[in-house]
Design a protein. Structure first.
Lengths: 210, 210
């Protein structure tokens, strides 16, 4: 490993400043605003971030990096499959909750920016879906989620754990209603209950005559 | 049955006007605004709605009346318990989706007002929880959701079907991701998988020595 170059240090510092600016102003800074913020010549900012969009994507990358690390760590772990599923969601939930508790107003701003710039965020959501699909395939090899295609299982699981995935839920629900032990019960429920077989909840069409 | 009195007619018309005003302006009208809207003397409005708050609560009652009718109808039906659970959520989801599709902007306004005036809305949420608790008790008599207190089961079920309960979800998610057949699978999953028994998802504390 080599020590980070000065350029790396400067980039990291600028991103930290940019994230503080977001929390304070409710908006993602342009490079012009960031130059002011950092009291740096604009040319030096431009040398690091070629466009405003590149700056925004760098902020996003910074925001999601720990989540990606969590997912990769869980996938590569040798935990049993149920434990993997739990950790896959619980660790990211805990991180979101920490951020939310630390600064609810800034958290709300990030959620809003994420909604507004959904096209930039989509790649990270797709990546999370990709990793979850890997876990689903692994579970299906062990006989779980029978009779469901991976995309179908993915959509159903994402919906059933939505309260622990979507950051907005920390604001919509009473935050203390969300808890790791409930998430664990939900994961166990999925493993013992989720399959493609219709078992009586859906209405049966065309069965007027018995 | 008796025909509605003129007073009832006028009240219903005023409420219709008030709801149109909400959709158009993004705000709940005061009685003064409603008088203007209806081209009616203020005194006549005041005779029907004694305070602005009373007007707002009447709008809310109007908004939720069909949901309450749905829940009561499902509870009193002689459907099997899984079918009851499904219809309890599916019928209200369908109604919300219809409203959303008809006028997404007005729907967003209603969601926002619901969040802002949460204290007024809470009674309706409590009522839905009350009805769902009745269904849970019925399911538990048939052996489902074993080992869970009713409040715990209530919280877990509300979380697992959150995508079909919370109106915001129609705006947060791609709307076409929400579908009745998925809801049916989620209900079947609950009935076959939800219990109070820990089955391996949760981390086990203090088990360092095997």
């Amino acid at each position: 490993m080599t020590a980070p170059s000065n350029g790396d240090n400067e980039r990291a510092q600028l991103l930290r400043l940019a994230m503080q600016a977001i929390a304070r102003t409710g908006e993602t800074p342009t490079r012009a605003a960031l130059a002011k913020e950092a009291r740096m010549p604009r040319a030096r900012i431009d040398a690091i971030f070629a466009t405003d969009d590149e700056l925004f994507d760098a902020i996003l990358e910074q925001w999601y990096a720990p989540d990606i690390a969590i997912m990769e760590e869980v996938i590569e772990s040798d935990l049993p499959i149920r434990r993997k599923f739990y950790e896959f969601f619980a660790r990211r939930f805990r991180r979101a909750r920490e951020r939310f508790r630390k600064d609810p107003a800034a958290f709300a701003v990030y959620c809003e920016i994420g909604t507004d710039k959904f096209e930039n965020v989509r790649g990270y959501i797709d990546l999370a879906d990709h990793y979850l699909s890997e876990l689903i395939a692994q579970a299906q090899e062990e006989g779980y989620f029978a009779g469901l295609g991976i995309n179908r299982a993915l959509s159903l699981i994402n919906q059933m754990v939505a309260c622990y995935i979507l950051p907005q839920m920390l604001m919509i629900l009473d935050e203390d209603k969300l808890a790791e032990d409930k998430l664990a019960t939900i994961i166990d429920t999925l493993f013992d209950g989720l399959s493609g077989e219709a078992r009586g909840a859906a209405p049966v069409a065309g069965l007027r005559i018995a």
